[in-house]
Design a protein around this ligand. Structure first.
Ligand SMILES: [Zn+2]
Length: 222
């Protein structure tokens, strides 16, 4: 599909994208998605790299991949149930490029995406309890290390900075058992029912649930 997208310099930029991306025919697309360079277009006027988001489907029949991508701007519509897109129950939905990149990394490693979300549930709950962060914490599976442990990127702990958290492989196995046993019970069913399997379905408003704390003002440096 051909569209024009506005650059931050206000120049209209020609952009063309496929509504169906078949990874069997375009295997390089998977690497671009995971590297964050997929659907990148450069503004011919100012040279800025843009990442326009439009709905499309990622498929690979042999690998049983069937993912509907929704732009971040459609998140609220989808969560409210007012999205005009219809979804297959056995497929998957992701919202925004970080979720799409993560989903492909999870599939590449041979992990169950539901187990990954359950790990995140425990991880984010612990961070909330220990650190009472002001921002929403978002965690994304990144890769496995040489010992097979799971490495996650965690956003929201510090402004504009991602922290890395490594989860032991043994915890994956623990969460796998829990997932299979409790996926239909709360709280797991709130974010494990297909097609949108994501902890981000549970919205968290920290200002309302955390106790107001009096902290001394940090000293100004410099
Ligand atoms: Zn521009």
């Amino acid at each position: 599909m051909k569209v024009k997208v506005p650059c931050t310099c206000y120049a209209p930029v020609d952009f063309e994208y496929d509504e169906v991306v078949d990874l069997a025919q375009a295997p390089e697309a998977a690497n671009q998605i995971m590297a964050g360079s997929f659907m990148e277009v450069k503004c011919p006027k100012c040279g800025k790299a843009l990442h326009p988001e439009f709905p499309f489907t990622v498929k690979h029949e042999g690998k049983k991949i069937d993912i509907q991508f929704l732009p971040e701007r459609m998140r609220d519509d989808y969560l409210r149930g007012t999205s005009k897109y219809c979804f297959k129950k056995d497929g998957r939905i992701v919202i925004g490029f970080p979720e799409l990149a993560e989903k492909l990394k999870v599939i590449n490693e041979g992990f169950d995406d539901r187990v990954i979300e359950v790990i995140k549930y425990y991880m984010v709950s612990k961070i909330e309890a220990d650190q009472k962060p002001e921002n929403e914490i978002r965690a994304f599976f990144e890769c496995t290390d040489s010992a097979g442990n799971l490495v996650f990127q965690v956003l929201g702990l510090k402004d504009n900075e991602a922290a890395q958290l490594t989860i032991p492989k043994s915890f994956y196995e623990v969460c796998k058992v829990k997932t299979l046993a409790y996926q239909k019970s709360e709280p797991f069913c709130l974010f494990l029912s297909p097609p949108y399997i994501s902890l981000l379905r549970i919205s968290r408003v920290y200002e309302e649930i955390t106790e107001p704390e009096k902290k001394p003002e940090p000293e100004q440096k410099g």
